[in-house]
Design a protein. Sequence first.
Length: 174
Amino acid sequence: AENNEAQRVDNSNVFMNSIDCQIIYCLEYFKAAPEIIKSIENRDSMKLLPDKNEFTPEYWLVLDLDETLVHWSIYPFEGHDEVQKSIYISYRPYLYQLLERVGQVFEVVIFTAGMQDYADWALESFTNQSSISYRLYRHHAISCEGYYVKDLSRIGRNLKRTIIVDNIAENFKL
């Protein structure tokens, strides 16, 4: 029993060292990224959405656009749905049903790292845009280490009542 206890303690030390390394990495990352520190310090003055009112849903859903809701290419591919200016686009299966249902329960925010012109074009082709409350674009994100980080705390909503769906974990590391 003593040997098992010693092994358990040793395993917990390995686990804690792993957590310590992750924390140290995050701290070093933030030191190396002054634009993120500036964002953290000025979150209240940099709110991206208007304040909630009595009609704002209690929960909100943040959806990424590219590779989460749509896929686009400059080359035709099997199953493309829309063609404009040599851009081929395909929508996630059941996208419209999803938007219709979540729009009844959530405040839906599309937050993309894409440029506004492209994102607006892609979103304008959606048949049910009324379920989308807000759109946020690349210029609302923070460029850091090759990623556009989506600082959800700047949106001005309770993060405990937030769901984000994004295909790149680095996009929402804050």
